[in-house]
Design a protein around this ligand. Structure first.
Ligand code: PXG
Length: 464
């Protein structure tokens, strides 16, 4: 391994590279962490520190790092056909094979089943595609007034103008006049924060879904085009909805004939123990957004599974759909995705999350509820979240400005663990290849960092 001059890279980084979601004043003083290589579930930085990556990069390295099969697939495809477009009545073999593979992996949900795929290179682009497709669908059906798409506060759907608008991140909406017109939001199904005293989680799920009906009636049902949501909210802090929530949402969208978009950029490809998540949540979506795990993040690829309800109208009545990207159906990205799905099938990674490593993580996280700093802890497949609280008995939260989550996150980094903080929610989404021993190692680090944070909170008088 060549040695890296960390200070020089940091100086150049700060001088020339504008990072996503980064305060560059802070970056300039602190210097960024330079990641150099990775293997399995570990990444190394330029100072030689080894970190257990409990976030799979950014929720994407499902198959783990340094998988030779994926590099080989990219190399082979680059030497065969590194690029060709799929405009102008052309196609390529990996894009076709992948579309047919994805369709075969998508659970059948009656008339909403999936036989078609549209490709992009990211989750954000895919959700922009969804906006265009939904509007085109209603225009073709002679209902052009159906324009409004409803998302959720604290949902995340990407960072382009349309996808950031679909999302409900207040920090993003505060910059650049978002959301764009005809996108609105309802509250999130977060029981810990929004459940009423005496209300069961199941009752809360029905009530939270009811916010959709209220919004539809307020807007006028004939104005509403679609509802979009992540089966489990990821970037919002791993918010796992009550089991009653999605079936009730489905009942409501069906009642008013509204399209349902399941954004599975995080939730698909084994993350929740299935190839796609919608069926296990009782959703019958018309469009499913995917990205990230489809290639285990080795190369950018995203897209939309287009259900028969929409595909039929677009194809049979639509003529040309004036939408597409240079890299739609990129042969190298699709070849890597095919190799990734093959690898996942061979190693039964999805089944493993469902039957083995997911339940093991759930058991470990349940034990964390004993920790005095933990107000609640939940898992679903291989995502998990816990909330840091000031008082475990009353579930009183810390004042936001204390930044307790960031204190905990700093301890994690300092102790060789990559865990994310979303406010005071600490979250993980480890690679699906994690062994039991690696889960044990991760849990020991989590407990250690919770202890250190608890000690800090005590010293600073935050627990009083
Ligand atoms: N939908 C969902 C559900 C996502 O999680 C996107 C769309 C956008 O995908 P692209 O590929 O355009 O980034 C995402 C992305 C975080 C974080 O802080 C999460 C994402 C991206 C960046 C940061 O957890 N998810």
């Amino acid at each position: 391994m060549t040695t890296i001059d960390t200070a020089q890279i940091q100086a150049l980084d700060s001088a020339h590279f504008i990072h996503p979601f980064t305060d560059h004043g802070e970056l300039a003083t602190r210097g960024s962490r330079v990641m150099t290589h990775a293997e399995g579930v570990y990444v190394w930085d330029s100072e030689g520190r080894k970190l257990l990556d409990a976030m799979s990069g950014l929720w994407c390295v499902n198959a783990g790092y340094a998988r030779k099969e994926l590099a080989d697939a990219a190399y082979r495809q680059m030497m065969t056909l590194p690029y060709y477009n799929s405009f102008f009545q052309t196609t390529n073999v990996p894009a076709v094979q992948l579309a047919s593979k994805l369709v075969s992996l998508a659970p059948k949900v009656a008339e909403r089943s999936f036989e078609h795929v549209f490709y992009s290179s990211s989750g954000s682009e895919s959700n922009d595609t969804n906006v265009r497709m939904v509007r085109r669908y209603w225009d073709l059906l002679g209902q052009p007034q159906r324009k409004v798409i409803i998302g959720r506060i604290n949902g995340y759907h990407g960072s382009t103008m349309a996808s950031a608008s679909l999302g409900g991140m207040s920090g993003m909406h505060a910059q650049g006049d978002l959301p764009i017109p005809n996108i609105t939001h309802i509250g999130q199904p977060y029981f810990f924060e929004n459940g009423l005293s005496g209300e069961t989680e199941a009752q809360f799920g029905i009530r939270a879904a009811g916010w959709l009906e209220t919004k539809i009636l307020e807007l006028g049902a004939d104005k509403v085009a679609a509802f979009i949501g992540e089966p489990v909210q990821g970037a919002g802090g791993v918010i796992i909805p009550p089991s009653t929530y999605w079936p009730e949402i489905q009942r409501i969208v069906d009642k008013y004939g509204i399209l349902l978009i399941s954004d599975e950029v995080i939730c698909a490809f084994g993350r929740l123990g299935a190839w796609f998540a919608y069926a296990q949540f009782g959703m019958k979506p018309d469009l499913v957004t995917f990205a990230k795990g489809v290639t285990s993040g080795y190369i950018p690829l995203g897209g939309v599974l287009v259900g028969n309800r929409v595909a039929k109208v677009l194809i049979e009545q639509g003529g040309e759909f004036n939408h597409g990207y240079t890299y739609s159906g990129h042969p190298v990205a699709c070849a890597v995705a095919l190799a990734n799905l093959e690898l996942m099938e061979r190693e039964q990674l999805v089944q493993r999350v469902h039957d083995d490593i997911g339940p093991y993580l759930a058991q470990c996280f349940a034990e964390l509820k004993q920790h005095p700093l933990v107000g609640d802890a939940q898992t679903c497949g291989l995502v998990a979240g816990l909330v840091l609280v000031k008082n475990q008995a009353t579930k009183e939260c810390f004042a936001e400005e204390l930044g307790v989550g960031m204190v905990c996150r700093a301890h994690c980094f300092g102790n060789g663990l990559i865990m994310r903080a979303v406010g005071d929610r600490m979250i993980i989404a480890p690679p699906l290849v994690m062994t039991h021993a690696q889960i044990d190692e991760m849990m020991a680090l989590i407990v250690k960092c919770l202890d250190l944070t608890y000690a800090d909170a005590g010293k600073n008088g935050w627990l009083a």
